[in-house]
Each structure stands twice: as structure tokens, then as C-alpha cells.
Ligand binder design. Structure first.
Ligand code: DAH
Length: 347
């Protein structure tokens, strides 16, 4: 076979291979194998020395043409394969912005947590510290130190879950008063604290009773603390919680740990005193218990009642939430039904 014929058939073979190749790596392989230094074209050109002088330039330029043609064919194929690869990559990586998004369910804080944090914020703003007590308490702190010695008839006001004779789950947040007072260093300033938390009573659960509910205890002890301070403080709290126009009134009451003791009512936030179902047509809503800290309670915590006085109060966030949102069954707060709880989005 003449050199030209060899080159011709080499060209055709290679063109066919180029046409059939479908990936860039294989295409490069063809380029190296056919046009490279060890490739057949170079080989053919090496055989030119055996040709006659007249034939050499013809064969030489023919070989060059073939080399150019193949180079172009490879380039063209390369371009095509690269375009194809790009199209595939674009299709794979494209995002369909019209697809519906995945709904992420957003939770919210429990409505009672929201109310408690709201009350905490009001008191933090007035310079109070927030103190957490113990849910498992001793009889000593829950009762004795709150001026409720054993056999005191007022213990009956709080049906208690006892764990042992001396240990119980607290019936109120008042024991935190004693724990905080006995530790407080009055040379550093007055004591102002609130204590939110769970409390427990042996009640049969119904629409208005739950064996577990919440309280927020408040306590201020300093020199010359008066009932006027108590009233002013509670008024500010009620106005922040139920609106600027709220008024409060105090009615005499009894708690063993305060003397005097009061029941505090707030003017109805719904009817503004005219009478409605929220205030049971009285214009007033019973909202919390309070009083001046009993001298015995101060004394038992190592504070001299001749020198210091204080006020205390206890408020129920469950009741606040029920009033504010018109919830008529306290058990709703504890059944973890999201259809109920997710209504209270908070901010
Ligand atoms: N500890 C009381 C209760 O559970 C609530 C209470 C009333 C707390 C008057 C106080 C207070 O600090 O002064 O029923």
C-alpha cells in the first residue's frame, strides 16, 4: 500500500473513531495516539526518507492536510462533547423555583411560659432578681418557716403530697422566701426577688383545679417597707399586664405568713368595671394574695423585724392566662394538645 493510501485509510479510521467517541478523556486518548510523536502519522512521515525527491513534498503536504483535518475534527468533537456535558450539568444542578417549599412547623413557647416571662420582665425592670427554688421541699421550708407549725389549722388550706414525713413536693412558692432571706446580705442593699415555678396540691382535677399549677412569689425586704409600697408595686404590675387604666383594691384576708394579709382585686380589663362574664358582673377580678411579711417569718430567717419590714405576694399565672384568653378549663394547659397550645404564638 502506498503511503498516501495508508494515510487515507488512517484518516478514515480515525474520523470514525472520533465520531463514535462519547467522552472527553477517550477523545484526548485518540488525539495522543494518532497525532502524538509515537503515533502512526509521525511514523508514516518517518518513512518519507525512502521516497523519491519528487514524491516527498506531495506526501508531506498530504500528511499535513490529514493532520490538520484530524486536529479540526478532534477540536469540533471536543467542543460538542463539552457543550453536551455542560447541558447535562446545568440540567442536573438547576433548581425548580416553582416547586412548593417544605413546610417547617414552627413551635412557640407554652402560653404559661409566656405569661411567666412577661411577669418576670416587669419585675426585672423594677430591679428584682429571679430566684428558682426547689420543687421537692422540706416540711421545714414549705410550712414551718412560713409560720405554719405542725398541727396549724391553716395547713389544711394546702392539701399536700408528702414524700416522707419531712419531705414533700411544694404546695406554694413561698418557701423560696425563706431560702432567699436567710442568705441575703443586707449590707449590700435591700432584697427584691420573684420566684416563678410549679406547685402541687392534692386536688381532684376539674375545670378550675389542677394537682399541678404555677405560682410566682414576690418578696421585698428593706428598712421602712410599707403597705403603700406593696400597693404601688402591684398596681404597676396590673397596669403593665392588663392595661394602663387598671385600678386595684385590697380586701382583708388571712395568710399565716403575712400580717396584715390582703386579697387583691383588679378592675375588670374587659368591661372596665361595668360588669361582664369575666368579672362575674362585679367589675372586679380576684387576682392574687399578698401582705406584709409576718414578723415571725422575718425572725426565723435571721432578720430583725424591729429594723426591717417587707411585703410579699403570690400570683397564679394559670389564672392570669385563663382570664386574659378566656380559657375556661385549666386542664387545657396540661394536655399538650397542639391545637390548643399553638393558638398562643407569643411575639
Ligand atoms: N402562698 C400562697 C398560696 O399558695 C400565696 C401567697 C399569698 C403568697 C400571700 C404570698 C402572700 O407571698 O403574701 O396560696
Amino acid at each position: 500500500m502506498s503511503l498516501q493510501a495508508k494515510l487515507e485509510s488512517l484518516k478514515n479510521e480515525t474520523l470514525e473513531k472520533i465520531d463514535n467517541v462519547s467522552d472527553l478523556q477517550a477523545l484526548n486518548q485518540i488525539r495522543v495516539e494518532t497525532l502524538g510523536k509515537k503515533g502512526p502519522i509521525t511514523e508514516v512521515l518517518r518513512g518519507m526518507k525512502d521516497l523519491s525527491i519528487e514524491e516527498r513534498p506531495k506526501v508531506g503536504s498530504f500528511a499535513n492536510e490529514i493532520r490538520d483535518e484530524l486536529t479540526q475534527a478532534i477540536e469540533a468533537r471536543k467542543q460538542l462533547l463539552e457543550d453536551e456535558a455542560l447541558t447535562v450539568a446545568l440540567a442536573k444542578e438547576s433548581i425548580d423555583v416553582t416547586l412548593p417549599g417544605q413546610q417547617v412547623q414552627k413551635g412557640n413557647r407554652h402560653v404559661l411560659t409566656q405569661i411567666m416571662e412577661e411577669i418576670e420582665d416587669i419585675f426585672i425592670g423594677m430591679g428584682y432578681q429571679v430566684v428558682e427554688g426547689y420543687e421537692v421541699e422540706s416540711d421545714h421550708y414549705n410550712f414551718e418557716r412560713m409560720n405554719l407549725p405542725k398541727e396549724h389549722p391553716a395547713r389544711d388550706m394546702q392539701d399536700t403530697f408528702y414524700i416522707s414525713e419531712d419531705i414533700l413536693i411544694r404546695t406554694h412558692t413561698s418557701p423560696v422566701q425563706a431560702r432567699t432571706m436567710e442568705k441575703h446580705d443586707f449590707s449590700k442593699g435591700p432584697l427584691r426577688m420573684i420566684s416563678p415555678g410549679k406547685v402541687f396540691r392534692r386536688d381532684t382535677d376539674d375545670a378550675t383545679h389542677s394537682h399541678q399549677f404555677h405560682q410566682i412569689e414576690g418578696l421585698v425586704v428593706d428598712k421602712h417597707v410599707t403597705m403603700g409600697d406593696l400597693k404601688g408595686t402591684l398596681e404597676v404590675m396590673m397596669q403593665k399586664m392588663f392595661g394602663e387604666d387598671r385600678k386595684i383594691r385590697l380586701r382583708p384576708s388571712y395568710f399565716p405568713f403575712t400580717e396584715p394579709s390582703v386579697e387583691v382585686d383588679v378592675s375588670c380589663f374587659k368591661c372596665d368595671g361595668a360588669g361582664c362574664n369575666v368579672c362575674k358582673y362585679t367589675g372586679w377580678i380576684e387576682i392574687l394574695g399578698a401582705g406584709m411579711v409576718h414578723p415571725n417569718v422575718l425572725k426565723m430567717s435571721g432578720i430583725d423585724p424591729e429594723e426591717y419590714s417587707g411585703f410579699a405576694f403570690g400570683i397564679g399565672p394559670d389564672r392570669v392566662a385563663m382570664l386574659r384568653y378566656g380559657v375556661n378549663d385549666i386542664r387545657n394547659f396540661y394536655q399538650n394538645d397542639l391545637r390548643f397550645l399553638s393558638q398562643f404564638k407569643g411575639e
